[in-house]
Design a protein around this ligand. Structure first.
Ligand code: ZN
Length: 324
């Protein structure tokens, strides 16, 4: 168990590639279309194989209005790095013009809050167990400083109780920690990648969908049997999950929790090598078989994407020492 992927909404697709692959150094592991809107991309970023838990995915809608985080939404997505990488990332954010904050220490971990080019709220969290999980070693970020998957998501909620019930009784989470208005839940073996933080922000603004917001978080199910068990559990709590939906790379069930955040339960398999080889993941446009015959017309309306480019403001040969 743990987080499988986090899916957000972006504006320009190339800008999204340049930021997540070019600046953050994640591997673009799949370039496909939004199955519910085939005229737009669905881009997946992750580690070498696109392992569940390493994945950030985006629906880029060119010209989309900018959204706003609010109550009943996943506001912040946290990514794991090794503790010795903090200085490297502060330097990289400065040289690449990334909007970021000074270092803080929520839950005892050195953390840099930052925003992507659409204003999406993200964090890099330094954690000793980051390197237990894989990374993309052949990207623009040196492998010792690479991002090791999603660390946590932070939900902004009106109140805790009903969301807690969905997490604990529906999905098998437990209370792990708390700090200020935030209650941390973990699942399975716990640790980086298994955290959901619920921050009670009652009375705050309602969200505005659009670029720079998170659409949903997906949690891992080992296989379809476990997925169906979880589906039954959330149904017994009075929630209304979808049927199992084939997403080619995994099977999905979606359910809106009582606080209005969209959850997904996604199977670990079959994974991203199901329709292209590991060495060339993400290089060509892949389509679900039902749309294979429409390739020419789909390719015509999608904007061309080229290889990621970080956009350094200026080059400096040495990263400064970590200021921690
Ligand atoms: Zn999803």
């Amino acid at each position: 168990m743990g987080i499988h992927h986090v899916t957000g909404i972006a504006g320009d697709a190339q800008q999204n590639v340049d930021f997540y692959a070019g600046v953050l150094g994640l591997r673009l592991v799949k370039k496909t279309i939004n199955y519910d809107d085939p005229r737009t991309y669905h881009l997946y970023y992750g580690d070498t194989e696109g392992t569940p838990g390493s994945l950030l995915t985006f629906f880029p809608w060119p010209g989309a209005r900018r959204g706003r985080a609010g109550v009943g939404q996943i506001a912040v997505t946290s990514l794991a790095i090794a503790p010795e990488s903090i200085g490297y990332w502060l330097h990289r954010f400065v040289t690449n013009g990334v909007n970021h904050d000074a270092l803080t220490r929520p839950f005892g971990n050195a953390t840099i809050a930052f925003r992507d080019r659409d204003g999406l709220m993200l964090e890099l969290v330094a954690t000793e167990d980051a390197t237990v999980r894989g990374a993309w070693a052949d990207g623009p970020v040196p492998s010792e400083h690479a991002i090791h998957g999603v660390h946590a998501v932070t939900l902004w909620e009106e109140s805790l109780e009903r969301t807690e019930q969905a997490l604990v009784e529906g999905l098998g989470f437990r209370r792990a920690d708390s700090e200020d208005q935030t209650t941390r839940f973990s699942v399975g073996d716990g640790g980086s990648g298994a955290f959901v933080d619920v921050r009670v922000v009652g009375g705050f603004l309602s969200p505005l969908g659009g670029a720079g917001t998170i659409h949903h978080v997906a949690f891992r199910a080992r296989d379809t049997a476990e997925q169906l068990q979880l589906r039954e559990k959330v149904t017994s709590l009075g929630l209304h999950p979808t049927p199992v939906i084939d997403r080619t790379y995994f099977q999905s069930v979606y359910v809106r929790e009582p606080g209005n955040v969209l959850f997904e339960v996604a199977t670990d398999g079959p994974g991203f090598t199901v329709d292209e080889p590991l060495k060339s993941l993400g290089e060509s446009l892949t389509l679900p078989s039902r749309l294979a015959a429409d390739r020419a017309s789909i390719e015509m309306v999608l904007p061309a994407l080229h290889r990621p480019q970080a956009t350094p403001l200026h080059e400096t040969p040495d990263a400064p020492k970590a200021n921690v």
